[in-house]
Ligand binder design. Structure first.
Ligand code: ZN
Length: 442
């Protein structure tokens, strides 16, 4: 029987990417887990279950940048209690929790400093030819596979911080290098937890080079799904071939990935993008894609919840039109029906076009960062709004500000039952207008 929907409907993010409170004074990634965040997570799980998005990949359940040396006392009792509450809440809703897991890279900085023999010159990536490196990697996997945590699998990443460049490693292509690591770890996990789901996301790794495709295929034989983060194969017109050539489900990050700005107040930006995500996911489906790692949004900003719901409607029902998905999303978030629902749907489409027809952002070509992920001038402070500063000219910003003022006026003409959501939407537009005014102040 042919599939009628995506097989791996996955949402993912760092622990606080959905938080209603920013972490303005912490370097990225902040993984502080308090009661407020737990409440945000439970609300997110409710919406996730409603939208039939069945997997949730979390980065930062245990660590931010590094596993500790020695490998002990990873989390305290309070954090473990929150973890159990979160995992149990997911299971009650029929959802599975996967752990975002660095493979030989991400999570090993302290280990590399304390045990330099695991790496050969790279500060963040261990060398595959070091037997001690494998011991540390195995320790991490054993820890995660412990039934005590209740996890249902992992999503692996090996390439986002580059790779070892010793003579032995340099003799191999990047795809061969990463395939060796990913296959080694996936086989180990599969043997230890045959019940688990194993995903893989290709941050930093290209999948579309025909010369390397055999290595990409090797990865696909040991994982359940693979995500091509930059949709280069689609741009090149080769995506359907690649999806067909893999032994696992092929996926993307869903077209528009707005990188959640850790330091920003939640009502500082107004970037509706659900239609573009939904369209990208429909194209992915047409090319044979059957997986997505669709990123978290902070629902404290109602515009973000509308965008998330609009894209999230597609993996479970790919026949849904993007406009229908948007219409249902505005009804759910603003409580509108009838004429007001039609008006608000059209209003959101205009709001989306106001940014994306002016900005140089191309869906499917990496993240849309609102602030720098890590601002070099001060990693523990809010960075500049680069999505406005660097992706538009001053003239485009002026036109954008004018559209935003018109949108603000027009929103007041639509009868919205949930007044608080309307007020928050106006606040998000005002936040954007303030950033625009500051950028182009005379
Ligand atoms: Zn090496």
């Amino acid at each position: 029987m042919p599939a009628d929907r995506f097989r791996y409907r996955v949402t993912c993010g760092w622990l606080r990417d959905l938080a209603s409170e920013p972490a303005p004074h912490d370097p990225w990634p902040c993984i502080r887990w308090d009661d407020r965040l737990l409440a945000d997570q439970l609300r997110f799980l409710d919406v996730q279950a409603e939208m039939d998005v069945t997997y949730n990949v979390v980065w930062g359940l245990f660590i931010d940048r590094s596993w500790p040396v020695p490998f002990a006392n990873i989390i305290d009792a309070e954090r473990e209690a929150r973890l159990h509450t979160f995992v149990a809440a997911a299971h009650e809703r029929g959802l599975k929790i996967l752990h975002g897991t660095g493979i030989y890279s991400w999570g090993f900085d302290d280990i590399i400093r304390a045990h330099p023999e695991v790496a050969r010159g790279h500060a963040h990536s261990m060398c595959p030819f070091s037997p001690q490196a494998w011991e540390w990697q195995r320790r991490v996997l054993d820890f995660l596979m412990d039934p005590r945590w209740g996890l249902d699998g992992i999503s692996m990443q090996s390439a986002d911080q580059g790779r070892c460049s010793c003579d032995q490693c340099r003799a191999r292509s990047a795809a061969e290098h990463h395939a060796d690591l990913l296959v080694r770890c996936a086989e180990y996990v599969r043997a230890g937890r045959p019940d688990w789901t194993i995903g893989q996301a290709s941050w930093g790794l290209a999948l579309d080079d025909p010369a390397d495709f055999e290595h990409v295929r090797r990865i696909s034989r040991v994982v359940d799904y693979m995500v091509e983060v930059r949709e280069r194969s689609a741009t090149a017109g080769r995506r359907a071939d690649i999806a067909r050539g893999l032994a696992c489900a092929y996926g993307s990050v869903g077209g528009v990935f707005v990188e959640p700005p850790q330091h920003y107040e939640r009502l500082r930006w107004f970037v509706p993008c659900g239609l573009r995500s939904a369209r990208a996911l429909r194209r992915l489906w047409d090319d044979g894609g059957r997986a997505v790692e669709y990123f978290y949004r902070p629902f404290a900003n109602p515009v973000e919840e509308v965008s998330w719901r609009t894209g999230a409607a597609i993996p479970g029902a790919p026949d849904t039109s993007p406009e229908e998905a948007l219409s249902r999303a505005v009804a759910a978030v603003y409580g509108v029906s009838g004429v007001a629902q039609e008006q608000l749907t059209a209003w959101f489409a205009r709001g989306e076009d106001a940014y994306f027809t002016r900005s140089d952002f191309i869906p499917g070509n990496g993240p849309l960062s609102l602030e720098p992920l890590i601002w070099s001038e001060n990693p523990a402070a809010a960075g500049p709004p680069i999505y406005l500063r660097d992706r538009m000219t001053a003239a485009q910003r002026a036109g954008y500000a004018s559209d935003l003022r018109q949108l603000r006026a027009d929103l007041a003409m639509i009868a919205l039952p949930r007044r608080e959501q309307a007020d928050r939407t106006i606040a998000a537009i005002n936040g954007t207008l303030r950033d625009l005014a500051a950028l182009d102040a005379p």
